[in-house]
Write a new protein. Structure first.
Length: 236
């Protein structure tokens, strides 16, 4: 490939595909972190949110593959194929290339467990899927480190804007997730007491009652139960 389009073209293609992959990985992790499907309402809306998350993930894998292939084919950087999966095996920038290999390993683990989700325990799948949180910082540090040096793109205005934009998106997704978790947690104190339903007989047992489309138990009483119901309302 290098003999056809030249070393310089390989470098630009490698960096361009890497930046696109970084943007897509950021968006994928942000969609999963913010739990967009949970924010949406309606069955079709949730299906569309899940479909967008899946397609963005697949597109990220495509550009990541292009990035890897161009890195291997580039005669200047000379990255061996084994260094793509095993950190520390590259003679060129072993630290930064190693972080890239770590990112690929984490993403591969997430992809494989997602494909085998029906055969895995839910807890196992969740633990491996949380590795996506580690893939994002390793990917962005890899991008910054690999682009440093004379004539490289790290430090330029446009690349800095890309890195800052990715950081803002990721931080925003984490903030949304934390707010959702806090909203889902039940209050420790001051929880309203359940009200009870009384039948028409005075000796009938008291049972919690719910009315359709109402979140809290409500009082339902008939006949002789009104007096007992009023005592329950006034009791401390």
């Amino acid at each position: 490939m290098s003999s056809l389009i030249g070393t310089s073209s390989d470098w630009y293609l490698m960096r361009a595909s890497g930046f696109v992959a970084l943007l897509l990985i950021t968006l994928t992790v942000a969609l999963g972190t913010a739990n967009v499907a949970r924010l949406t309402r309606g069955r079709w809306t949730r299906m569309v949110a899940a479909l967008v998350h899946r397609n963005v993930s697949l597109l990220a894998v495509v550009f990541l593959a292009v990035h890897v292939l161009t890195a291997i084919s580039d005669k200047y950087v000379k990255v061996p194929a084994i260094a793509i999966l095993v950190p520390g095996k590259s003679g060129y920038d072993p630290l930064w290339v190693g972080l890239g290999a770590l990112t690929i390993d984490l993403i591969t683990a997430v992809i494989v467990t997602s494909l085998l989700r029906s055969r895995l325990r839910r807890r196992t799948w969740q633990l491996v899927h949380w590795l996506a949180y580690l893939a994002w910082p390793s990917a962005i540090v890899h991008a910054i480190g690999s682009g440093s040096g004379t004539g490289a793109d790290t430090g330029r205005t446009w690349s800095t804007a890309v890195y800052l934009g990715c950081a803002v998106v990721f931080a925003g997704a984490v903030a949304i997730r934390l707010s959702l978790e806090g909203r889902a947690a039940p209050p420790a104190a001051g929880r309203p007491r359940p009200r009870y339903a009384l039948s028409s007989g005075n000796s009938a047992p008291l049972q919690p009652a719910r009315v359709a489309n109402h979140r809290e138990p409500v009082m339902a009483s008939t006949g002789a139960g009104y007096r007992a119901a009023d005592q329950i309302r006034r009791s401390p």
